[in-house]
Design a protein around this ligand. Structure first.
Ligand code: IPM
Ligand code: MN
Length: 349
C-alpha cells in the first residue's frame, strides 16, 4: 500500500493526472500493490480565490505521503513566476528533491525531427541538479526602477549539493544502464568557479566508480551533439538551469512534450513525479492533450516506490501503443482523445 498525494495543478494538469491514475489503477490489480490517493487543489485557481499557494500545513501533510503525483503548474491569470516559484520550485526545495531525472527515449514508431535517427540512437537520461544553481534565488536588485538599476542573479553550487547529485548519477550509471557512460555537461571555459567545483567533484567521485566511463561536454556543444549525435549519450549530469534547457531539447527529439516525463527525487524520501511540459491552458477541457507524459511519470513513480516490474511493463505498453495506435504524439493529432489514449494503455496493460 502506497499513499500518493495527487496535485493536478492548473490547466490540463487534471486531464493528465486522470489518465496517469487510470493506468496506475490498472497496474494495481496485476502487480498486487495498492495506491491510496488523496487530491490537493493547489494551483492557480486556489491562489486566485484565497491567496494561498503552498500553506505550511499542506506542506507538512505532503511529507507524510510515499510520493506526489503532479499534473502541471501555470495559470494564465497569474503573473508568471508566482506559482512556479511558490509551488513547483518551493516543493522541490522544501522537500529537498535534489535530483530531477528526465529520460530522453524515442519509442519505436514515434517520429523525431532528427533525420536518420531512431530508437537506438535516442536513449539517454538527464540527471539535473534540482535545488541549487541559478534557481536558488540568490541575488537581488540595487537602485531598482532607476536608470542605474542593477540586477544580480547568482548561481549557488555547494560541494554537498553537487556531490550528492553526481553520486546519484554515478550510481544510476552503475546500476541501471548498459553502456555506463556519464557525461558532465557544464561550461568550464567561462563559469570557472561553478563548473570548476563540478569538474573536480566529478573526477574525484569518478575514481570510486571504475566501471563508469567519464566524459565532459560544454552545454553549448551538448546542444549541438544532442541533435547531431544523440547516440553518444547515455547519462548526462548537469546543473539546474542547463538541465532545464537541455531537457526541453531532449523532449523534442524524443517526440515532443506529450511523452516527456520526469521525477523530482530524493532517494528514500517522498518524491514528486510530473510531466516535463506545462499546463497548456489553451487545451484545457478539450480532451486533446497527450497523457503519455503523465502515464510515463506514473511509471517512474512506481519504479521509485520499488515496483520496478510494473514500471517496466507500463513503459513497454506505452511503446506498443505509440507504435501500433497513435498517429502522432502531438495534442489533437493522436487519432484518439486524451482519455482514449489512457484506455488504450490501461487495457493493454
Ligand atoms: C521545468 C519547468 C520549471 C523549471 C518552471 C515551470 C519553473 O520549466 O520543470 O522544467 O524551470 O524547472
Ligand atoms: Mn523546463
Amino acid at each position: 500500500m502506497y499513499k500518493i498525494a495527487v496535485l493536478p495543478g492548473d490547466g490540463t494538469g487534471l486531464e493528465q493526472v486522470n489518465e496517469g491514475l487510470k493506468v496506475l489503477k490498472a497496474a494495481e490489480k496485476k502487480y498486487g500493490f495498492k495506491l491510496e490517493t488523496e487530491h490537493y487543489d493547489l494551483g492557480g485557481d486556489r491562489y486566485l480565490k484565497t491567496g494561498e499557494i503552498l500553506p505550511e500545513s499542506v506542506l507538512e501533510e505532503l511529507k507524510t505521503f510515499d510520493a506526489i503525483f503532479l499534473g502541471a503548474i501555470g495559470h494564465p491569470d497569474v503573473k508568471p513566476g508566482i506559482l512556479e516559484k511558490g509551488l513547483l520550485l518551493n516543493l522541490r526545495f522544501q522537500l529537498d528533491l535534489y535530483v530531477n531525472l528526465r529520460p530522453v527515449k524515442l519509442f519505436p514508431g514515434v517520429s523525431t525531427p532528427l533525420k536518420d535517427k531512431g530508437p537506438d540512437d535516442i536513449d539517454f537520461v538527464v540527471v539535473r541538479e534540482n535545488t541549487e544553481g541559478l534557481y536558488a534565488g540568490a541575488g537581488g536588485f540595487l537602485r531598482k526602477g532607476t536608470p542605474q538599476e542593477v540586477a544580480v542573479q547568482e548561481s549557488v553550487n555547494t560541494r554537498f549539493g553537487v556531490e550528492r547529485c553526481l553520486r546519484y548519477a554515478f550510481e544510476y550509471c552503475r546500476d541501471k544502464r548498459d553502456r555506463k557512460k556519464l557525461t558532465l555537461c557544464g561550461k568550464t571555459n567561462v563559469l570557472t568557479y561553478a563548473f570548476d567545483l563540478w569538474e573536480r567533484a566529478f573526477y574525484d567521485i569518478g575514481t570510486e566508480f571504475p566501471g563508469v566511463e567519464l566524459d565532459y561536454a560544454h552545454v553549448d556543444a551538448i546542444s549541438m551533439w544532442m541533435v547531431k549525435n544523440p547516440e553518444w549519450f547515455d547519462v548526462i549530469v548537469t546543473d539546474n538551469l542547463f538541465g532545464d534547457i537541455i531537457t526541453d531539447l531532449g523532449a523534442m527529439i524524443q517526440g515532443g512534450m506529450g511523452i516527456a516525463a520526469g521525477g523530482n527525487i530524493h532517494p528514500g524520501k517522498v518524491s514528486m513525479f510530473e510531466p516535463i511540459g506545462g499546463s497548456a491552458p489553451k487545451y484545457t477541457g478539450k480532451g486533446v492533450i497527450n497523457p503519455l507524459a503523465s502515464i510515463c511519470s506514473g511509471a517512474m513513480m512506481l519504479d521509485h516506490l520499488g515496483e520496478g516490474d510494473a514500471a517496466g511493463r507500463i513503459e513497454e505498453v506505452v511503446a506498443e501503443v505509440c507504435s501500433s495506435k497513435l498517429k502522432s504524439l502531438n495534442a489533437g493529432q493522436m487519432g484518439y482523445s486524451t482519455s482514449e489514449v489512457g484506455d488504450l494503455v490501461a487495457e493493454a496493460l
